[in-house]
Design a protein around this ligand. Structure first.
Ligand code: HEM
Length: 427
């Protein structure tokens, strides 16, 4: 179905959220564009996104944008109208493909409720508090490995590694080829928009290869975990039942794809962005270093607000609605821009100031609430808290030079972050 909007409400002037070139601009330029949209046209219509995944003839849907935090929250909490069932990235795929890659993040109730329910216990904040010591141990070990070097690419040596180790342990991936292949696939899947990552492959090939690698891991592990269950998430998934039935291999594989990507490609970028922000704002770094235990929670929330590792999620309307006087029709796509909601002047004083003492800090980095709110929020917070506490206690003068950013409309990532610090003396 081709959906077009009346000419009077077409994409706002120079600001083209569908253009690859828009997402290749600096963060400051993109932020400035969203300021204009929030002020002058908070619910703009855009042409179909310039896609790395679909040819133009299959990518015919334009989209509405929600740029105000209030609207993002309202849509997130109204899944009956703002449905996730057609997928949450910009492009609409055939339903089978959506299910294989996006799992229950791209489902509505009741199926979403069932599948989320199976895994919810593992991610509850109280269980994360039990895991805090274990996560802190992973962070300490990793900082042990790099603290004496005095220099290195923080994004590659640390940010990429810590979430991967935590993910592998939680799922029980055996060390070796299977683990490396799976983690690598999780880390490259969302990079399908980045020309450097794609090389001579198309975005669709990158996504399909990564998805196949992860499904292969699930298929290899499931029979063994059904036979010999252990204390890991893969055993839980392989043996969980609802209505007397176990999940299929494809359902478990899709879950591994979604959580593998969610776990590896978000916290990773938030921790690299943290080092970048503190390097740009030495006063804030000093504030943290002066009282790490007292200020770390505020620092993590501000890092989450400013880094928003996922720029957006998409919904599809199940009925006609009006937002800020703008009529939208059933079947149209709506994009929730968390990057904009986190800078909304009506919510945050001086939203462009990086301020680790900001309170309250009601960011929408993990979504705007509602049934799809990030399942891993507590895990991500605990991981960031553990890592940044270790770093700013042990190598407090760490300073990063200009990052190499990932290009794309979905992930707000850092690929490389050269940094230097005073080497820690051997303990
Ligand atoms: C800083 C790190 C993270 C960020 C910024 C982030 C962000 C998000 C966002 C924006 C959503 C969608 C919310 C919505 O549609 O309303 C989401 C969903 C989800 N996240 Fe995260 N996430 C992070 C870390 C994690 C981790 C570490 C895990 C798991 C290990 C995880 C697992 C999930 C899952 C399973 C969902 C789907 C929930 C559902 O549909 O019910 N996330 N996340």
């Amino acid at each position: 179905m081709t959906i077009t909007a009346p000419a009077s409400i077409s994409t706002h002037g120079e600001i083209d959220l569908s253009a690859r070139s828009f997402w290749a601009k600096s963060a400051a330029e993109r932020d400035a564009a969203f300021v204009v949209l929030r002020r002058e046209n908070p619910v703009p219509w855009s042409r179909p996104v310039e896609s790395e995944l679909l040819p133009p003839e299959l990518n015919t849907r334009g989209f509405w944008s929600l740029t105000k935090q209030e609207d993002i929250r309202a849509a997130s909490r109204n899944p009956a109208v703002f449905s996730s069932a057609d997928g949450v990235i910009m492009e609409s795929f055939a339903p089978e493909m959506t299910e294989l890659v996006q799992s229950f993040i791209a489902m509505d109730a009741p199926r979403h409720t069932q599948l989320r329910g199976i895994t919810m216990d593992a991610f509850k904040p109280k269980n994360m508090r039990t895991l805090e010591g274990w996560i802190r141990g992973h962070a300490r070990d990793l900082v042990d490995e790099v603290a004496g070097r005095g220099e290195g690419d923080f994004a590659v040596l640390v940010s990429k590694v810590l979430p991967a180790r935590i993910f592998s342990s939680m799922f029980g991936l055996p060390p070796g080829e299977m683990n490396d292949r799976t983690v690598d696939a999780c880390q490259r899947l969302l990079a399908y928009t980045d020309p450097e990552t794609c090389g001579d492959k198309s975005g669709l090939e990158i996504l399909a290869d990564a998805m196949t690698d992860i499904h292969l891991t699930a298929a290899e592990m499931i029979p063994e975990r059904r036979e010999n269950p252990r204390e890991d998430l893969m055993s839980w998934l392989a043996n969980a039942e609802f209505d007397g039935e176990k999940m299929t291999d494809d359902e478990i594989g899709a879950f591994l794809v979604m959580v593998g990507v969610a776990a590896n490609d978000t916290t990773r970028h938030a921790s690299a962005q943290a080092i970048h922000f503190f390097s740009q704002h030495p006063d804030q770094r000093q504030l943290l270093v002066d009282d790490v235990p007292g200020r770390i929670d505020g620092a993590v929330e501000e890092v989450l607000r400013c880094s928003h590792p996922l720029n957006h999620m998409r919904r599809t309307l199940t009925e006609d609605v009006v937002v800020r006087g703008q009529q939208m029709l059933a079947g149209e796509n709506v994009v929730l821009w968390y990057c904009s909601g986190n800078r909304d002047e009506e919510v945050f004083d001086d939203p462009f100031r990086f301020d680790i003492e900001r309170s309250p800090n009601p960011h929408v980095t993990f979504g705007g609430g509602g049934p799809h709110y990030c399942l891993g929020a507590a895990l991500a917070r605990t991981t960031l808290k553990s890592l940044l506490s270790e770093v700013y206690t042990r190598i407090p003068d760490i300073h990063a030079s200009e990052p190499d950013f990932l290009i794309g409309n979905f992930s707000n990532g850092i690929k490389r972050l050269p940094a230097t610090w005073t080497p820690e003396k051997p303990r």
